[in-house]
Design a protein around this ligand. Sequence first.
Ligand code: ZN
Ligand code: FE
Ligand code: FE
Length: 210
Amino acid sequence: MAEAGTLHDAFIDELRDAYDAEKQLLKALPKLAKAASSPNLRQAFLTHRDETQGQISKLEEVFASLDEKVRGKHCDGIAGIIEEGKSVMEEDFDEAAMDACLIASGQRAEHYEMAAYGTLVAWAKAMGHDDAADLLQQILDQEEAADEKLSALAEGGINQEAASTAHPQSEDGEQYEDTPARPVRTPLKKAAGAGRGASAGVARKSGGRR
Ligand code: ZN
Ligand code: FE
Ligand code: FE
């Protein structure tokens, strides 16, 4: 009978999963960039694509620090998130609404990664794999910064732009540029994808990076 696996075995498994997830994201990020209309959003996706390349190298260092062969293992979780992102890109949304949806997709990926690296850092520390913990923490910091960047873009204009098309007037009666003054009306239909999802419920870390 095979011996029971240990947390170390689970750790190596999760590392392989993360390595594969980064490789999938390396291919997906340029597609998100291409679908974006906002130049800042496009740049954010491309910058994170370059960071992702660096993360793949960092993970290779982690494997080396543990005397493990570099190996990936298909990550179903990120594959599902990427699949959903693809579905969104096939929708016929207006430009700002599409940007809001791309941010929502990107943030799903970042949060998945944050959960994975949060666990990996904690496990590495618990087992005294200090070099691995340090490298994994560097990756986690980048994922958190990428997530915050997306929130800043959503809340710094993209959501409002998308919302102004969905509702010519904001619900608190504030006027948008180029919109004539009109009494506030109850919105008749909900905006598909704009607003809520992109950044509303995103947990933020204190001690901001930017
Ligand atoms: Zn170990
Ligand atoms: Fe990553
Ligand atoms: Fe990421």
